[in-house]
Design a binder for this molecule. Structure first.
Ligand code: GDP
Ligand code: MG
Length: 596
């Protein structure tokens, strides 16, 4: 298809504003998915996406649409809407010339609407503002059209009003896309350059890489080069998705499609990388490529220690499809053998954990999530700490922690309560704007460590669910942080070490010591539980000794029942973890690590 007849666009929206449903309607109206094959959220393929109703992996679909008798080809790129996947969102946006900004007509603008809009504006996309769900009785299209026009400029009258559910207004939206999104421009005679905006591992086809051609063309059987690594591959297949794969004779300027090279690991086909032709390579890559950087770490351990090899294989398999997943083996005194795993954010952590449990039938325990600290010692050595128990003691010159720039949107009646929460979490107010007389946007700088815990839950409960929240990493800051260790009879229990702000050390220490006191069974001797910062004990609890014979309960009854009980106790003993002389049932650690 000649470039002037192409339109590449994406839909950006806050979660649940109806992006997937609208995409479904477009597939139907353009005839690429037959009525009978249609099922809700057609493009959300992973089970977990369908159940949670979120889009994790973006997909591209080509749809025909004629305006005034001229057939055009629309490429719709479905972007993941969540903050954890901002990098993927920004790459998907870079593959487009236009964006449909979709807003729920009963909710108005939310935090992710803004975050995605700003990303789209940074990429110079033409923005088409659209109000969705106008079929809802609670819809207030006039009110929110004003809000949107105030944000993106233009006349409230020009804001399109659609319903992804009934299909109302969707044809007019497709026409508007053809009329206002610019056609792609590129140099057809230049060496090929295509940007990778997604890559997905498929059991049957290997890695399927989604690209947007900027200059030149890519053709089957050619040798291609990944510019960041210089790795060469043969192009086994190239084509377009609509939405099932259709092989083509090649992809030219502005076209969006997939390619298959036979590689088996998505990290060989990196999002953001540039693909060129080996015989006639481009001099410069398209730029903007960066490796996904894990922001949040957690220890993952199988509850049953013999599942360790299963967990290792499962992580290896997930990695084939998740370039951002990153892990290494780790041993813990309390939890045994496991892995320290790096994630893009909390949702990423939750999704990975859920997939491990569901798809590989594993029962797992994870340590409290922590961020990455850069510690400079007094002699100038720099240490990167991804596990709190490895936080160096003694002579520390400086500790850097990651910070984020965050946006909270909420009804203005909650301003006071939100400010209080952000202050407790060491936030700095950057600014505040009213979107309308009763809705406010607040911008804060916050330490990432302060939001990985339960920030979002707190925010929701303080605002009765009306606040939305989004953030992006903005670098690091010096912070007054200390490591709190938890000791059982003088022995450090590694899984409970935490790096916290100096003012929070006492609260964390008393909370953990108290929890463990209730969970550790009484022993033949007294067991002190201490929380310490370096050599200084800041909290202490004691599990008192018992004398009682453990078999004393086995009075009466028949002898075989008694024997069974003894057998069972022996079993139990084997699985006990021993810290020093203290025997702890593994469940106690698991219970202490669970947040509720
Ligand atoms: P996404 O998270 O933006 O992809 O949103 P979904 O497409 O998954 O939609 C979220 C919820 O809103 C689902 O329950 C949809 O059925 C519902 N929904 C989406 N579009 C409409 C609409 O136009 N009208 C109504 N009444 N409900 C809608
Ligand atoms: Mg969706």
């Amino acid at each position: 298809t000649p470039a002037e007849l192409l339109r590449n666009f994406c839909i950006i929206a806050h979660i649940d504003h109806g992006k997937s449903t609208l995409a479904d309607r477009m597939l139907q109206l353009t005839g690429v998915v037959e009525q009978r094959a249609m099922r809700a959220q057609y493009l959300d393929r992973m089970d977990i996406e369908r159940e949670r109703g979120i889009t994790i992996k973006s997909q591209a679909v080509r749809m025909p649409w004629a305006v005034d008798g001229t057939p055009h080809a629309l490429n719709m790129i479905d972007t993941p809407g969540h903050v954890d996947f901002t990098y993927e969102v920004s790459r998907s946006l870079a593959a487009c010339e236009g964006a449909v900004l979709l807003v729920d007509a009963a909710q108005g603008i939310e935090a992710q609407t803004l975050a995605n809009l700003y990303l789209a504006m940074e990429n110079d996309l033409a923005i088409i503002p659209v109000l969705n769900k106008i079929d809802l009785p609670a819809a207030q299209p006039e009110k929110y059209a004003e809000e949107i026009a105030g944000l993106v400029g233009g006349d409230p009258e020009d804001v399109l009003k659609v319903s992804g559910k009934t299909g109302e207004g969707v044809e007019a939206l497709l026409d508007r896309i053809v009329q206002t999104v610019p056609a792609p421009v590129g140099d057809a005679d230049a060496p090929a350059r295509a940007m990778i905006f997604d890559s997905v591992y498929d059991t049957y086809r290997g890695v399927v890489t989604y690209v947007r051609v900027v200059d030149g063309s890519l053709n089957p059987r050619e040798k291609i080069v990944m510019m960041s690594t210089r790795a060469t591959h043969e192009l086994l297949e190239i084509g377009v998705s609509s939405p099932e794969p259709h092989p083509t004779k090649g992809l030219g300027v502005g076209e969006v499609g997939y390619l298959i090279t036979g590689v088996k690991d998505v990290r060989q086909s990196k999002v953001g990388d540039t693909v060129t032709n080996a015989a006639k390579p481009a001099a410069d890559s398209l730029g903007g490529y960066s490796d996904p950087r894990p922001m949040v770490f957690s220890g993952l351990y199988p509850i049953d220690g013999s599942d360790y090899p299963v967990l290792r294989d499962a992580l290896d398999k997930l990695k084939l499809n998740d370039a951002a997943l990153n892990y290494e083996p780790e041993t813990s005194v309390a939890l045994g053998f496991g892995f320290r795993v790096g994630f893009l954010g909390l949702l990423h952590l939750e999704i990975v954990r859920e997939r491990l449990e569901r798809e590989f039938d594993l029962a797992l325990i994870s340590t409290a999530p922590n961020v990455v600290y850069t510690v400079t010692l007094e002699d100038g050595t720099e240490v990167t700490v991804t596990n709190p128990s490895e936080f160096p003691g003694g002579k520390i010159k400086d500790v850097q922690e990651p910070v984020v720039r965050s946006t909270v949107l909420a009804p203005s009646e909650f301003i006071g309560s939100i400010m209080e929460l952000c202050q407790q979490r060491r936030g700095d107010l950057l600014g505040m704007d009213y979107l309308s007389p009763d809705r406010v946007e607040m911008r804060y700088t916050l330490p990432l460590a302060e939001i990985v815990f339960d920030f979002f839950d707190q925010l929701k409960s303080r605002t009765r669910g009306y606040a939305s929240f989004d953030y992006e990493p903005t670098g690091e800051q010096t912070a007054d942080l200390v490591k709190v260790d938890i000791l059982l009879q003088g022995e450090q229990v590694d899984a409970f070490s935490a790096v916290v702000h100096k003012d929070q050390a006492y609260a964390y220490g008393t909370m953990m010591a108290g929890k463990l006191k209730d969970l550790i069974p009484r022993q033949q001797f007294e067991v002190p539980i201490q929380a310490a910062v370096g050599a200084r004990v800041i909290a202490r609890e004691t599990v008192r000794a018992i004398r009682k014979d453990v078999l004393a309960k086995c009075y009466g009854g028949d002898i075989s029942r008694k024997r069974k009980l003894l057998e069972k106790q022996k079993e139990g003993k084997k699985r006990m973890k021993t810290i020093g002389r203290v025997e702890v049932p593994p469940n106690a650690f698991i219970a202490a690590l669970s947040s509720d």
